[in-house]
Ligand binder design. Structure first.
Ligand SMILES: Nc1ncnc2c1ncn2[C@@H]1O[C@H](COP(=O)(O)OP(=O)(O)OP(=O)(O)O)[C@@H](O)[C@H]1O
Ligand SMILES: [Mg+2]
Length: 236
C-alpha cells in the first residue's frame, strides 16, 4: 500500500517550472531517498507536500485516498505528515524536553505527552541533554532534536530535508541508526540528501530528480550504473 502518492504534480514560480508533472509513490514501511543536483526541485517537492507551496496542477494523496492538495499546512500536519527542514529550526531558548513537547502537537493528550517525550528522548539518544537549552546543542544534536520533534507527533509520513548536512562521519553514522529505528510498517520516510553513502545506507529506493522530473527510480546500485544519472548528477 502507498503511504504517499504524488500524482502529476506541477509547481511553477512565474515562468519557471520547478516541478514538471512529477509522479511518485512511497510505500508504507519504505524509506525513499530523493536525490539530484542543486535546483532539481527536491525542497520544492517537500514544500508542496506540506502545503507551503501550492501546485499549479496535480494531486498529493496520503494513503492512496486522502487528498492533501488543497489542505492548509496545519491540516496536513494534523493528518500525520511531518517535516524536518533543511536548516534546523528548533526553539533555541527552550530546553530539549520543551522542544519535544511542542513536537507532540497541540492535539496530543496531556497524559500521553510525557510518555512520548520520554520515548523520543530515548530514541534520539538525547536523554542526557533533556534539560539543556536547544540553542546550546551541537549541530548534530540539533538535527536529532528536530527529527525527535517530528517523531513525537507519531507521524505516518516523515519528510527529512538534508538530515546529515554538516555532520561529522560519526554523527552521520548515528543518524543512519536513528532513521533505521524510525522505520515502521505503517510509516513512510522520504529523505532528501546529497551524501550518497548515507543514501545507500538508509534508502530502500531512490528517486533521482532533474529539472523537476524523475530521471531514475530504483535501487542505489541501479542509479550508480545509469548513464543519464551519471551525466547530470553522480558523475559531477
Ligand atoms: N519561492 C521560489 N520562488 C522562485 N523560485 C524558486 C522558489 N523556490 C525554489 N525556486 C527555484 O526552484 C528550483 C528548485 O529549487 P529547490 O529548492 O526545490 O531545489 P533543491 O533540489 O532542493 O536544491 P538544493 O539541493 O540546492 O537544496 C530552483 O531553481 C530554485 O531557484
Ligand atoms: Mg533543497
Amino acid at each position: 500500500m502507498s503511504a504517499l502518492v504524488i500524482d502529476s504534480l506541477t509547481v511553477v514560480f512565474g515562468a519557471f517550472q520547478a516541478l514538471d508533472s512529477l509522479s511518485l509513490a512511497v510505500d508504507s514501511g519504505e524509506v525513499r531517498a530523493v536525490i539530484g543536483p542543486n535546483g532539481a526541485g527536491k525542497t520544492t517537492l517537500l514544500d508542496a507536500i506540506t502545503g507551503i507551496t501550492r501546485p499549479k496542477s496535480g494531486r498529493i494523496l496520503l494513503g492512496d485516498t486522502q487528498d492533501l492538495t488543497t489542505l492548509s499546512e496545519a491540516r496536513i500536519a494534523r493528518a500525520g505528515v511531518r517535516r524536518k527542514f533543511q536548516k534546523p529550526s528548533v526553539f533555541p531558548a527552550l530546553t530539549v524536553r520543551e522542544n519535544l513537547s511542542l513536537g507532540c502537537g497541540p492535539e496530543c493528550p496531556a497524559r500521553e505527552r510525557a510518555a512520548r517525550v520520554a520515548a523520543t528522548l530515548t530514541e534520539t539518544g538525547l536523554e542526557a541533554r533533556a534539560d539543556a537549552l536547544a540553542g546550546s546543542l551541537a549541530h548534530g544534536e540539533k538535527q536529532w532534536l528536530e527529527i525527535g520533534m517530528v517523531l513525537a507527533s507519531e507521524p505516518r509520513v516523515i519528510l527529512l530535508d538534508e538530515p546529515v548536512a554538516g555532520l561529522s562521519d560519526a554523527e552521520t553514522e548515528r543518524t543512519i541508526e536513528l532513521i533505521g529505528a524510525l522505520r515502521r510498517p505503517d510509516r513512510a520516510i522520504l529523505v532528501i540528501e546529497h551524501d550518497m553513502a548515507f543514501v545507500e545506507a538508509v534508502a530502500d529506493r531512490v528517486t533521482v530528480l532533474h529539472e523537476g522530473r524523475t530521471l531514475f527510480e530504483g535501487g542505489m546500485a541501479g542509479a550508480r550504473a545509469d548513464a543519464r544519472v551519471i551525466e547530470v548528477f553522480l558523475g559531477r
